[in-house]
Design a protein around this ligand. Sequence first.
Ligand SMILES: NC(=O)c1ccc[n+]([C@@H]2O[C@H](COP(=O)([O-])OP(=O)(O)OC[C@H]3O[C@@H](n4cnc5c(N)ncnc54)[C@H](O)[C@@H]3O)[C@@H](O)[C@H]2O)c1
Length: 265
Amino acid sequence: MRLANKICLITGGASGIGEACARTYAREGAAVTVVDRNMEGARRVVEEIRAAGGKAEAFEANIGVPEQVEAMIKFALDTFGHLDVLHNNAIYSVMGQRAADIDLKGWQRTMDVSLTAYWYAARTAINTAMLKQGKGVILNTASVSGIAGDYMQCAYNVAKAGVVNLSRVIAIEYARKGIRCNAICPGPIRTPGLLGVSGNAAKWLPQVAESIPMGRLGEPQEVANVALFLASNEASFVTGTTIVVDGGLNAHSGMAYARGRGPDW
Ligand SMILES: NC(=O)c1ccc[n+]([C@@H]2O[C@H](COP(=O)([O-])OP(=O)(O)OC[C@H]3O[C@@H](n4cnc5c(N)ncnc54)[C@H](O)[C@@H]3O)[C@@H](O)[C@H]2O)c1
């Protein structure tokens, strides 16, 4: 097992990418704290992990509230004794407006949940567990939207770009303390979150899939496979990196096909 005896905590573990990561960590031998504000979903994931023979606990927290971030880390430490892997993954974002149409409240809430909470959870984990342990792994789910711009997702783009650089700074500042930190940048992945964002998913998603060189959306497990590697000792010399999991999307400049020659040419 690739995470035998590891203690992991993941936020947003009740759905989509977070759920796939939680299950994968548990399958590979980790004890997992599944944090979410949706307790029904978190409990479901935990029960299914346990039914498969794994170890997991559900914890309710809104990561936009710093005290609740502190509480989730404390819960993992009190329950399991230490913390090997913190995976920041939950998000909130305003979407569907141009930059100048976003209201201040929506912008600030996006930053609170999707950027500040990632820093605050890392800060808390580093100070209360990882420095004392002399080791630890921090994974941040960023996005290809943190590497380039998308239409109508300004706050999301900015928060994710922040997460990418937060990951680099933590990596260099704590590299000699035994702490690794990396960002995972998924492209469009078939999750309840993605399907929910697009009110008219049926119309929009085929177009999105077509824009991806592989011609399809990714699956949550395909992100979890990368997270598993980064969380494990196999990635012992990997820190400060940004790994895209996007079917080739980020490799494309965005230029229209030349002389009608498309991806099937
Ligand atoms: N799905 C995609 O296409 C895609 C692409 C790139 C990046 N990502 C990133 O992957 C991560 C997971 O996305 P997903 O598509 O699996 O989302 P999802 O909506 O399926 O799951 C997100 C989970 O986070 C929880 N959550 C939301 N706000 C919370 C809060 N304040 N406190 C605690 N929990 C909260 C939700 O209840 C939900 O269970 C996000 O960081 C997202 O930006 C997703």
